[in-house]
Write a protein of this length. Structure first.
Length: 285
């Protein structure tokens, strides 16, 4: 008698499904806007924004990545020079500017970016006295959302006014979470902030999922942290897990997504799988 096929168990301890390749879209837009947030730095927000955006672009989606961190790591990771160009800071402080003037193409087809540089660090001070200051980014992105299928906002590692602006502008939030104890500690605070924004500013905001990053299945610590996250958040934890690899910094230095830099690497395959999972969940088109 033939042995019954069984779905393999993934790192999260749940069945590891193979998500289908998403079909081509008959038409583009309006975009679903997703913020990638975590107040802890170094958890893979920018890496995830770049590679998830590139993977979805490869699947025929029109994607806009918004660099919302004064460090400008997203812009650099996509090979964008941020000197003498219109940045997201200019759009925040000058409501008359056309956001399309700030949009730059990348080397990846279907993927554009609104860059940022150190000027953005002054934005919180300048916006604090503005009327409806939490909604300024929302007003900016509303003008370009019809041109795209997905807009990703790469947030800075804080829960300040810029991050609140991103959450207010978004339909969903994706939380990259390093498989390390100190990264786990701050998740409850971030979820609380998301809940407050939903209650007070953006009632349509949804938690699209928690993404485990920098996972090393060889270490007990990584496995235990991931297990605790799944125990605490259940199905909100995405099945796809992003492993730790030196290919990510190599790709960043080259100014390319890993899906372009090393398309056959398991990390590139993981981000393509993440893109398919989010489409299957309805988090993106």
């Amino acid at each position: 008698m033939a042995k019954k096929d069984e779905t393999p168990i993934g790192p999260t301890g749940r069945p590891y499904h193979g998500f289908p390749t998403p079909p081509k879209l008959a038409q583009h837009g309006p975009a679903r806007i997703v913020s990638l947030c975590n107040q802890k730095g170094g958890v893979g927000k920018t890496t995830t924004t770049i590679n998830l955006a590139a993977a979805l672009a490869d699947y025929g989606r029109k994607v806009l990545a918004v660099d919302f961190d004064p460090q400008g790591a997203l812009s650099a990771g996509l090979g964008i020079q941020t000197h003498d160009v219109t940045t997201v800071y200019d759009l925040l402080v000058d409501s008359k500017r056309d956001p399309r003037d700030a949009i730059l193409p990348t080397a990846v087809a279907n993927l554009d970016v609104i860059p940022a540089n150190i000027d953005l660090s002054a934005a919180e001070v300048q916006l604090v006295n503005e009327v409806a200051r939490e909604s300024i980014l929302s007003r900016v992105l509303r003008k370009v959302a019809p041109d795209y299928d997905v807009v990703f906002i790469d947030c800075q590692p804080s829960l300040g006014l810029l991050t609140v602006n991103a959450l207010t502008a978004s339909h969903g939030v994706l939380i990259p979470l390093e498989c390390e104890y100190f990264a786990l500690r701050g998740v409850a605070l971030l979820i609380e902030t998301v809940d407050k924004v939903r209650d007070r500013l953006n009632p349509t905001l949804q938690l699209d999922g928690l993404l485990a990053t920098m996972y090393d299945g060889r270490t007990l610590h990584s496995r235990e942290v991931l297990g605790r996250v799944v125990d605490a958040f259940g199905d909100d934890v995405l099945e796809t897990v992003i492993g730790r690899t030196v290919k990510f910094p190599d790709a960043s230095v080259s100014g390319m997504p890993i899906t372009e830099f090393a398309p056959e690497h398991k990390a590139a395959q993981a981000y393509r799988r993440l893109a398919r999972e989010l489409v299957s969940r309805g988090a993106v088109a």
